[in-house]
Ligand binder design. Structure first.
Ligand SMILES: Cc1cc2nc3c(=O)[nH]c(=O)nc-3n(C[C@H](O)[C@H](O)[C@H](O)COP(=O)(O)OP(=O)(O)OC[C@H]3O[C@@H](n4cnc5c(N)ncnc54)[C@H](O)[C@@H]3O)c2cc1C
Length: 414
């Protein structure tokens, strides 16, 4: 049975995150969003202050000095941070997701080596590298044609792996101190059995950030192209087994809650657009009074509230079931599809309500509209995630209680 009652600690963390989002992130983001050079927009003070509040290390187990938060708590806090700014929330959220994966997949020696370094450094962010110039959705599906999909190579030479290749659009690219990098140990096999993950430090010789992308939205975080040229990684920095990175990747999207957390963050954008719209509806006067008095605007706001609440319930239900043996893999991805589409729709409705004032760049709304678009594609395009979810559909068994013989006969034209 799903239980949405928050623990006292979850309540406390949520109000810490909301206060931080409103008092620290919003003022910083207003300025950073306007910075024309994407390599200069990131505000490290936000990370330092968030880290001091315990927000950066949310998913690290308590024994290593973190909060020990599960996917549910991370999703809830992600939404609060994204209320302040989606890009900055992504900087934290990516770090939590990767740390969840590291904590579950890394061996004891790796956890003891990496986690204290990450906890102690207030500016330590993480990135995950999958997408390449010639392989985006192919890695998400994953496409199983032998030799297709990501091409970045890892070749073993003695105790060292040599990495060569290019990763593109990586969140926290150029900011992160450690990257979890997915590579091909077998150039000719299908992705399912040919990938291996490594933890690569940003100061490794041969590692270079060759581009920081200028983006439509999420302008307060960096997305980089990362070049790996003969980067040597010791076998002791391999994460998981040789050839099992595709399985880790699937777990990353489902059990470790990557899609769920992505959906939660974009909802923070929708909630802010809604709050701004309620405020405006009570303050803006047209045709004899505040526009909230016009039924069409009241029902518009009610529908926005309905959609946000439904998306949040879907996200929290999926977060609650993350990693459980009976987790439904369809919904672990579809909740992100739904939440991101709701966020775009809610922002569009907010713009209708604000009209010309919302279209002006002085208005916080125009940034929310740009930010909301990002999660239609980030963490897997919605089309591809829906396609993946659809692949879980099973042919109904005629002995099943819900199987309809009448429908079968009708379908057969009888
Ligand atoms: C803001 C942002 C942050 C990101 N952060 C990261 C990150 O941290 N790490 C990382 O590795 N990547 C990251 N990405 C990359 C992201 O995961 C990819 O953009 C995404 O997987 C899609 O790949 P693509 O852009 O190459 O599109 P393509 O795969 O080229 O897709 C192009 C179009 O074809 C469609 N399509 C593709 N395959 C099929 C199919 N089989 N059937 C039907 N339609 C199909 C897609 O839905 C899309 O409409 C980020 C992207 C963005 C925008």
């Amino acid at each position: 049975m799903v239980d949405f009652l928050l623990t006292p600690r979850q309540e406390e963390l949520r109000s810490i995150a909301k206060k931080f989002a409103i008092e620290v992130m919003i003022p910083s983001a207003e300025k950073a969003d306007r910075e024309p050079d994407p390599a200069k927009s990131f505000d490290w003070n936000v990370v330092r202050e968030g880290s001091r509040l315990g927000l950066r290390t949310l998913t690290i187990p308590k024994e290593f000095g973190g909060e020990g938060a599960n996917v549910e708590t991370a999703a809830m806090i992600g939404e609060q941070l994204a209320y302040g700014d989606l890009g900055m929330a992504v900087a934290f959220d990516q770090t939590w997701k990767i740390l969840t994966a590291v904590c579950r997949v890394a061996n004891d020696a790796q956890r003891k080596r990496w986690l204290p370094l990450i906890v102690e450094d207030d500016t330590c962010l993480m990135g995950i590298c999958s997408t390449e110039p010639t392989a985006g959705s192919e890695n998400i599906l994953p496409y199983q044609e032998p030799g297709k999909g990501m091409q970045m190579r890892a070749e073993k030479k003695g105790d060292v792996w040599v990495l060569n290749g290019t990763k593109r659009y990586i969140s926290n690219g150029g900011l992160a101190k450690y990257y979890m990098v997915r590579t091909r140990n077998d150039p000719d096999g299908p992705l399912r059995t040919s990938l291996t993950s490594f933890m690569v430090s940003a100061d490794a010789p041969g590692f270079e950030v060759t581009e920081v992308w200028d983006k439509l939205g999420q302008r307060c975080v960096q997305n980089g192209t990362l070049q790996f040229t003969n980067v040597e990684v010791p076998d002791s920095d391999r994460v998981g087994e040789v050839g099992n990175a595709a399985q880790i990747g699937t777990e990353f999207l489902l059990g470790y809650g990557s899609n769920i957390q992505a959906g939660a963050t974009v909802l923070g954008v929708a909630q802010r657009a809604y709050d701004l719209s309620v405020q405006y509806a009570f303050e803006r006067e047209q045709a004899g009074g505040p526009i909230i008095n016009h039924q069409i605007q009241r029902t518009r706001l009610a529908r926005m509230a309905m959609q946000i609440t439904a998306a949040r319930a879907y996200i929290m239900q999926s977060a609650w079931s993350a990693g459980r043996p009976d987790q439904d893999p369809m919904h672990a991805s579809l909740c992100k599809v739904f939440a991101s589409e709701v966020a775009v729709h809610v922002c569009q409705q907010a713009l209708e309500l604000w009209a010309a004032a919302g279209y002006m760049r002085k208005n916080p709304l125009e940034k929310l509209i740009r930010d909301a678009q990002s999660f239609l594609h980030s963490d897997g395009t919605n089309d591809v995630l829906a396609l993946k979810a659809g692949n879980y559909l099973m042919k109904p068994d005629p002995s099943d209680l819900v199987y309809s013989k009448r429908a079968a006969e009708a379908a057969a034209g009888r």
